[in-house]
Design a protein around this ligand. Structure first.
Ligand code: TYM
Length: 334
């Protein structure tokens, strides 16, 4: 059976980048791959690799769960759970740390970038984080892992660790494949379209769109997105990164190809009309998600869904873990 695994860290509010690069793929694949089992989780253990406010973390875990469902994930189809509620993640994470070399961890681009922003010292888990991520995936024998571009290096390391473990102890783990969306694997910052859209490293709120932003704010952010002084609309990531990013967002949310969108606006003499249309598209898309989100966050069903999801994930994970422990000689009884 095919299995799909992915997760999101509850370190900040969800951005349009998280939606287009990750969640939208989960929903699409849920509908396209009827024979695949889905494990989608909230990566709360990954969140504490950097300092977090306790209350905020607690509420963000629930918010992400509600957004997953509001964006279209079907809890009857997908095992939806909180990572720390399935403790096998941490145990296999440790075994992956014992499979990986320090040099491999130190080479990770995200580690190099994130360590620079740490004011109170760099926590050990920020370095070993990719071992835990490998465990998240290998625990479920996942062969499909939908992620944005920034996670590809971690995925490659997961493949290396799975292969190394398999060659040392015999066939144990499925070697997973990343699934990267063709359009929108790296949504850019609206004010500096050479950088990834991210909440954490941006000073200006105009740089990113949050799924929780109010709709007028969203429209204004699109309208004030940085674009070049040329006025023709076409895709060129090197010379026109701003307009190319907006075309990508447009395409991802409408399922029109970039070529179709370029054709539609080929007679425009400024960017204004295009931006106004895109502002409406983004606001209406997120508006629909927010309506469902508001119903869910106020109900008790979320806890029931997460309890159920953790139970099912745990059933799979504990069986896998027993096999892994046995392979390395840590299991006392058969
Ligand atoms: P995280 O929480 O930083 O991001 C969650 C997902 O959103 C994608 N993403 C983007 N995609 C396109 N454009 C952007 N601007 C953008 N920003 C974020 C990310 O690539 C990711 O897919 N380590 C992971 C979470 C994780 C995980 C896993 C993922 C933990 N264990 C196992 C897959 C499988 C992370 O920090 O993602």
């Amino acid at each position: 059976m095919n299995r799909l695994v992915s997760g999101i860290k509850p370190t900040g509010e969800l951005t349009l980048g998280n939606y287009i690069g990750a969640i939208k793929q989960f929903v699409q694949l849920q509908n396209e791959l009827p024979d695949t089992e889905f494990f989608i989780f909230i990566a709360d253990l990954h969140a504490i690799t950097t300092p977090q406010d306790k209350q905020l973390l607690k509420s963000r875990i629930k918010e992400i769960a509600a957004f997953y469902i509001a964006c279209g994930l079907d809890p009857n189809r997908v095992n939806l759970f909180v990572q720390s509620e399935v403790m096998e993640h941490a145990l296999l994470g440790y075994i992956m740390e014992s499979t990986a070399y320090i040099g491999e961890m130190e080479r990770m681009i995200q580690f190099k970038e994130k360590r620079r922003n740490q004011e109170q010292g760099v926590r050990t888990s920020l370095l070993t984080y990719p071992a835990l991520m490998a465990a998240d995936i290998l625990l479920y024998d996942a062969n499909i892992v939908p992620v944005g571009e920034d996670q590809v290096q971690h995925l490659e390391l997961t493949q290396t660790l799975a292969e190394r473990f398999n060659s040392q102890y015999g066939d144990t783990f499925v070697v997973p494949k990343p699934y990267i969306t063709k359009v929108g694997a790296k949504i850019k910052d609206l004010q500096d379209p050479t950088k990834k859209m991210s909440k954490s490293n941006d000073l200006s709120v105009k740089s990113y769109i949050l799924l929780s932003d109010n709709l007028n704010q969203i429209k204004n952010k699109i309208k004030s997105a940085v674009t070049d002084s040329d006025t023709s609309i076409y895709f060129d990531e090197v010379n026109k990164p701003g307009i190319s990013n907006l075309l990508t967002i447009y395409s991802a949310l409408t399922n029109l190809s970039i070529e179709e969108i370029v054709e539609k606006y080929k007679n425009e003499t400024s960017y204004a009309g295009f931006k106004i249309d895109l502002a409406e598209i983004v606001a209406s898309h997120i508006g629909n998600i927010q309506t469902k989100y508001n119903e869910l966050i106020a109900s008790n069903t979320l806890d029931e869904i997460l309890d159920q999801g953790a139970m099912k994930a745990k059933m799979f994970a504990s069986r896998k873990m027993a096999k892994v422990l046995n392979k390395i000689g840590l299991k006392r009884k058969k």
